[in-house]
Design a binder for this molecule. Structure first.
Ligand code: NI
Ligand code: MN
Length: 225
């Protein structure tokens, strides 16, 4: 059973029997995150897009751990130019890695680096480890193709942005639960900045009212799935 740990904002650590991956490690510059880049042990770093609150400390973590950054082609190449080992992929593509398998899905958002370089399309991540599937939606608005993602994958846990302003807000994230049919939903991308300071408990309640199970993971909180 893989272990999922929330590190704040959209950052998660997923540990399985064949390795650990860290997703969107925005740690050192996130005052709410208590795990910092130097503490991370991971074999792979998975990125949804290039914005600073997702790229975060990816290159430093990859270097410290001799880990590989996996991201969309443009972002992977950018990380390679900063000295990281990378594996480029793109939307719709899946691949088996030592930790399990990964497929990049669409996300409706932007993708550029903190220094303004264009990074192609953002993505979501479908990660399968030890036979369990975790869907990390990345930064995105609500989209109907989530229905296809839900139909074609048996999702055990899904992390959805709820903070509004830059991504889906609570009501759109609740609508997304109807499309994805996941066993459990974890809210993310809220509270870090004033403009996304929403109450995750409201998401849990509204999801429950539609028959979807959701749970707030506190920072450094974890669960097995
Ligand atoms: Ni973003
Ligand atoms: Mn973001």
């Amino acid at each position: 059973m893989p272990t999922l740990t929330y590190l704040g904002h959209s950052a998660f650590l997923v540990q399985g029997s064949s390795g650990a991956v860290i997703i969107d490690p925005f740690l050192n510059d996130n005052p709410l995150a208590t795990m910092k880049a130097g503490d991370v042990k991971a074999d792979f770093v998975l990125l949804t897009h290039g914005h600073g609150d997702h790229l975060g400390d990816a290159v430093e973590i990859a270097r410290n751990n001799n880990a590989v950054i996996v991201a969309a082609f443009e972002l992977a190449n950018y990380c390679a130019s900063k000295g990281a080992q990378v594996h480029p992929m793109h939307i719709g593509g899946a691949r088996k890695f030592s930790f399990g398998s990964l497929k990049l899905t669409i996300a409706h958002h932007g993708s550029s680096t903190p220094d303004g370089a264009y990074m192609g399309e953002p993505s979501g991540l479908l990660i399968t480890m030890d036979g369990k599937t975790f869907y990390h939606a990345g930064d995105t608005g609500l989209f109907l193709d989530m229905k296809l993602i839900g139909e074609m994958n048996r999702i055990d846990v899904a992390a959805l942005p709820i903070g509004d302003n830059f991504t889906m807000g609570i009501d759109d994230a609740v609508k997304a639960t109807e499309f994805l049919n996941a066993g459990l939903y974890i809210p993310m991308h809220y509270k870090t900045f004033d403009v996304i300071d929403v109450n995750p408990g409201e998401f849990v309640e509204k999801a429950a009212a539609r028959g979807a199970r959701a749970q707030v993971l506190e920072i450094n909180g974890s669960l097995e799935f």
